[in-house]
Design a protein around this ligand. Structure first.
Ligand SMILES: C[S@@+](CC[C@H](N)C(=O)[O-])C[C@H]1O[C@@H](n2cnc3c(N)ncnc32)[C@H](O)[C@@H]1O
Length: 221
C-alpha cells in the first residue's frame, strides 16, 4: 500500500476516474445528493473538488447558467468536460465573495484538514439565499474499518488520507460559517446502498446497516 500525498494519488487515479458514478457506493451517494439538489436553472454553480467533473456535468445538464469546476489535482481537472476549470485548494478559493448561487461538493470534504476552513470558504463564495449541497464519507464507516483506496494501472494499491468529521462537527462548522441546515440524508448499507455487484452478498452481510455516506444541504440566509 503506498502513502502518496492525496494530490499525487488523485493525479494517478484520474486516468481511471470517469465523470460518472463508477461504483455502487457512488451511485447511492449520487441518488442521495440529487434528492437534495435545488432547482439549478439559471444559477451560477461551483463544483468544489470536482474531480473529473461528475457533478459539474449534471449541473450543466440541469440548466445552470454556468458551472465552474475546481480541484487541486491537475490530472482530474484535465479529464473534466467543463468549460470553466480552476486548479485551487478547496479551503482557499480564488473567487470573490458571493460568486455562486449553488456550491456542490461530492466526497471531498474529508480531504480538508480543517472542516471550519473548508466550510467558511464555501460559505464565503455563496450568495445570500443560496445553498451548499455536499457529501462526505461517514465517520462510522471509517471507524468500522472501511478505507478509501484504489488500485492503479500497475496493480499498486493506494490508500487516501482523510479526516473523520462527525455529523455534529459538520453542523457546528456550518453554524460558525453562518449556514443553516436545510436537509440531511445518510446512505446505509443494505438500505440506500443495496444494488447487487460482485461480492455484494458478503459485503452486505458484513456491513449491514452501516452509514457510509452523509449528505447535507445547508442554506446561507
Ligand atoms: C473522491 S474524489 C471526488 C471527485 C468528485 N467530487 C466526484 O464526486 O466525483 C475527491 C476529489 O477531491 C480533490 N481534492 C482533494 N483535496 C483537495 C483540496 N485540498 N482542494 C481541492 N480539491 C481537492 C481530489 O483531487 C479529488 O478530485
Amino acid at each position: 500500500m503506498s502513502s502518496l500525498a492525496n494530490e499525487a494519488a488523485y493525479d494517478l487515479w484520474a486516468e481511471d476516474y470517469p465523470p460518472l458514478p463508477h461504483n455502487a457506493l457512488m451511485r447511492a451517494e449520487q441518488a442521495a445528493m440529487l434528492a437534495l439538489m435545488p432547482d439549478v436553472t439559471g444559477r451560477r454553480a461551483l463544483d468544489l473538488a470536482c474531480g473529473s467533473g461528475r457533478y459539474g456535468l449534471l449541473l450543466q445538464e440541469r440548466g445552470a447558467r454556468f458551472v465552474v469546476g475546481c480541484d487541486l489535482s491537475a490530472g482530474m481537472l484535465a479529464r473534466a468536460p467543463l468549460a470553466h476549470r480552476v486548479r485551487a485548494d478547496m479551503s482557499r478559493l480564488p473567487f470573490a465573495a458571493a460568486s455562486f448561487d449553488l456550491v456542490v461538493s461530492g466526497l471531498a470534504v474529508g480531504h480538508a484538514p480543517s472542516l471550519d476552513a473548508w466550510m467558511a470558504e464555501a460559505a464565503r463564495v455563496l450568495a445570500g439565499g443560496a445553498s451548499l449541497v455536499y457529501s462526505d464519507f461517514h465517520p462510522d464507516a471509517t471507524r468500522a474499518g472501511m478505507t478509501r483506496s484504489f488500485t492503479d494501472a500497475d496493480g499498486q494499491r493506494h490508500e487516501l488520507l482523510h479526516a473523520l468529521h462527525d455529523p455534529k462537527a459538520h453542523l457546528a462548522a456550518a453554524w460558525r460559517a453562518g449556514l443553516v441546515l436545510e436537509a440531511r440524508r445518510e446512505v446505509r448499507v443494505g438500505q440506500e446502498l443495496c444494488e447487487t455487484f460482485t461480492g455484494s452478498e458478503s459485503f452486505y452481510a458484513r456491513w449491514h446497516g452501516l452509514a457510509v455516506v452523509l449528505v447535507l444541504r445547508l442554506f446561507k440566509p
